[in-house]
Design a protein around this ligand. Structure first.
Ligand code: NAP
Length: 369
């Protein structure tokens, strides 16, 4: 795609922790150009540089700093934009994302609002790229047909919870090679996962908080849809069980997860290691711009992966697996690590959009084809 044919995109909730990651990751993107930024009434009408308390290293992209934040409503976005990335608060996102889709926008959402809708793909391009086939059924069922003037029809695609993303990227090769019966996971989740300002410093310093509201339910349910089977206009859920315990720890970025798995078919430890090291998914085969290669970084050092040391490998898009060993209760146990606001949030949604371009769901919308 040449520079002058980049797809014009917008970011909903652009001033928040995940919205800033979108701005950062899209600044030099070869296919997408950010032309619209939305936030709450607090920010509307301000320069992005004034409305946003920039939290990321490397500084705010200068061109974006000069853009004016607009309202989070379809009429505020120019009609030459087809693709929107959503980083709105989950409790507001449901009806707003539907309003944008009904108005003809393709919404790649980070929020939990529509993840479990039966006609909305819950997507990780490495794991279930075929689930985008739900999109035409979603559009037909909801009446989001092609709009006047030949403008494309809207739709919603979601990416999973940040802990689920890395857990399922690690489970996928095992599910394919051996089948899964049961998964137990204990998470140690970074502070940035709570947004900004997030958890009060006096609550988390010298402490671990053994509760993150709603998180365990998401980690227990989302893998079953992601690893489920497309059956025409629906997804048949995968048949294994997940038990999750979620904890907040005093790490800035990078969720660590202690995982135990019970497999359907017997497997030697070397077979399990081989499944991780040899895994290549659709994004790697397609050479999508944001795809890490390898998708899974397999560690043999006894004390890796670690958040501070490893979270930025593969541009923050890789999933790390380490400490693979037999488990006396299940079959095997291992550690998973991944960046929560890159692959677990904004980067995951951008990779979804890249897959949608490769599959033909997002065309050259600048010409309103
Ligand atoms: P955040 O830092 O609190 O940011 C929220 C954003 O939404 C801000 O841009 C805010 O704008 C905007 N907003 C607030 N109220 C609004 C309203 N009434 N109308 C329109 N926009 C409004 O939250 P976050 O951590 O970035 O999370 C955003 C979403 O991503 C959430 O649904 C979250 O669950 C999900 N997510 C987060 C992570 C993570 O690691 N943080 C990972 C995966 C998914 P103002 O600045 O103007 O208030």
């Amino acid at each position: 795609m040449s520079a002058d044919s980049k797809l014009k995109v917008g970011i909903l909730g652009a001033t928040g922790a995940v919205g800033q990651r979108f701005v950062q990751l899209l600044a030099e993107h070869p296919w997408f150009e950010v032309v619209a930024l939305t936030a709450s009434d607090r920010s509307v009408g301000k320069r992005y540089g004034d409305a946003c308390n920039w939290l990321l290293r490397g500084g705010m992209p200068p061109a974006v700093a000069e853009m004016t934040v607009v309202a989070t409503e379809p009429a505020a976005i120019n009609s030459d934009v087809h693709l929107l990335f959503s980083a709105m608060p989950g409790d507001l996102a449901g009806p707003l994302e539907e309003a944008f889709a009904a108005a003809g926008f393709a919404v790649c959402s980070n929020t939990s609002a529509h993840r479990q809708d039966p006609d909305v793909p819950l997507l990780i391009p490495d794991v279930n790229p075929d689930h985008t086939a739900l999109i035409p059924f979603q559009q037909a069922r909801r009446g989001w047909a092609r709009l006047e003037g030949g403008r494309r029809a809207g739709f919603i695609v979601t990416n999973p919870n940040c802990s689920t993303t890395h857990l399922v990227c690690a489970l996928k090769p095992l599910h394919d090679a051996f089948g899964l019966v049961a998964v137990n996971v204990v998470t140690m989740q970074a502070l940035s996962g709570a947004g900004y300002p997030g958890v009060a410093s006096l609550d988390i310093l010298d402490n671990v908080i053994p509760y993150i509201g709603g998180e365990e339910e998401k980690i227990e349910s989302e893998p079953l849809k992601l690893l489920g089977t497309l059956t025409g206009d629906a997804i048949a859920l995968a048949g294994f069980v997940v038990s999750a315990q979620a904890n907040r720890v005093a790490v800035r970025n990078g969720h660590l997860e202690a995982v135990s798995v019970k497999l359907k078919a017997p497997a030697a430890l070397s077979d399990v290691a081989e499944a991780f090291t040899s895994y290549r998914g659709e994004p790697q085969r397609l050479g999508l711009p944001t795809a890490p290669d390898p998708a899974i970084i397999f560690h043999t050092a006894p004390d890796r992966p670690q958040p501070r040391m490893d979270r930025l490998a593969g541009g923050g898009m890789a999933t790390h697996v380490g400490r693979l060993r037999p488990d006396p209760l299940f079959d095997y146990k291992f550690i998973v690590l991944g960046h929560n606001t890159v692959r677990g949030a904004a980067g995951g949604a951008i990779l979804n959009a890249e897959l949608l371009v490769a599959q033909g769901y997002l065309g050259n919308v600048t010409s309103n084809e």
